[in-house]
Design a protein around this ligand. Structure first.
Ligand SMILES: [Zn+2]
Length: 324
């Protein structure tokens, strides 16, 4: 039987994924602000149409699949994503998990796992339901898990999320993708907790590794088995285009193309940022930057066609193929 991956439109043969962006967003929203101050969101139809246009442009540029890592804490709305997915042929894969840098929402504060060994965290059961049953009474299933660590480090609630993600991974076999603060090497803390939970780090993508030129750190993450996300192309306020390219070129030359994926961490609309901030963040911070600028620059500096195919097609295929 052919291996399948869940997309918003239903199961897809995993080998049909093709060139895939492994860390993007469609909408990043502050849901409670939006509900109470709807002017911050604007016109629903216009926003949906804008997303459809951008995704169709991406498909026209040769990318066939995109992973939307928008989870709890980032304003996930599956019914809206399903409306977008109906209007584009691009494959959209959605995630479950929780995005926080320090504390969990109050909802989870009073629902702590029982202290017995088998007490399951409500977080884990939410994540497993999203993967096995469908999200929010839809048939759309998540195909990847997400957690985050930032400058605050491994706070008790961040650790709780990572352990819950690890347990949902064991229950379902879907891969794990993370947000990190590369400058403080927080990917290593994530690997430590995931290893304690018995996770095979080959099924883990440590995200935002493209934000640093610290090759020693990146090599260690990969030697531990993880794939690293060179996934913020276009955010030049953190690291320049030149430095982002040079890092990928060097690691390809060292033989690490099988352990890297390329993406932007961009969104069609992100209400965290005012429009002028997005412009300053980098005019290239959009879905088309990799096909338009990044891949040509990599080629020019000696990255081979085979290595580009490995990072854009083979690695996503391998990661999104369930272990069981
Ligand atoms: Zn992201």
């Amino acid at each position: 039987m052919a291996a399948l991956v869940e997309t918003v439109r239903g199961p897809l043969e995993v080998k049909l994924l093709g060139p895939t962006l492994m860390h993007e967003h469609i909408f990043v929203l502050s849901t409670e602000i939006q509900q109470n101050y709807p002017q911050t969101w604007g016109d629903e139809e216009a926003r949906v149409n804008d997303a459809v246009t951008r995704l169709n442009e991406l498909q026209a540029a040769g990318v066939t699949s995109l992973v939307d890592l928008t989870v709890l804490g980032l304003g996930r709305s599956i019914s809206r994503i399903a409306r977008v997915a109906e209007q584009t042929n691009l494959n959209i894969i959605v995630a479950t998990g929780l995005y926080t840098y320090n504390d969990l929402p109050q909802f989870f504060q009073y629902r702590r796992p029982r202290r017995s060994i088998h007490g399951e965290d409500v977080l884990t059961s939410f994540f497993v339901d999203d993967i096995t049953k469908g999200i929010a009474n839809t048939t759309v299933k998540a195909a990847i898990l997400k957690c985050a660590t930032d400058v605050q480090g491994m706070t008790p609630d961040v650790e709780r999320v990572i352990r819950a993600v690890a347990r949902a991974h064991h229950a379902t076999g879907v891969p794990i993708s993370t947000h990190t603060h590369a400058a403080s090497r927080s990917g290593l803390d994530q690997q430590r907790i995931l290893l304690e939970e018995g996770v095979d780090l080959n099924k883990v993508i440590i995200g935002h590794c493209g934000d640093t030129t610290d090759l020693t750190y990146l090599r260690i993450l990969m030697e531990h088995g993880s794939t690293i996300g060179m996934d913020r192309f276009g955010i030049e306020s953190i690291l320049s285009f030149e430095d982002r390219i040079e890092t990928v070129v060097r690691l390809c030359a060292e033989g690490y193309s099988e352990k890297m994926v390329l993406s932007h961490d961009a969104a069609c609309h992100n209400d965290w940022l005012e429009d002028d901030v997005i412009r300053r963040t980098g005019s290239n911070w959009n879905y088309l930057h990799i096909t338009k600028d990044v891949i040509p620059a990599l080629r020019q500096r000696g990255v081979t066609e085979a290595q580009i195919g490995t990072m854009m097609v083979d690695n996503p295929l391998r990661l999104l193929s369930r272990v069981r």
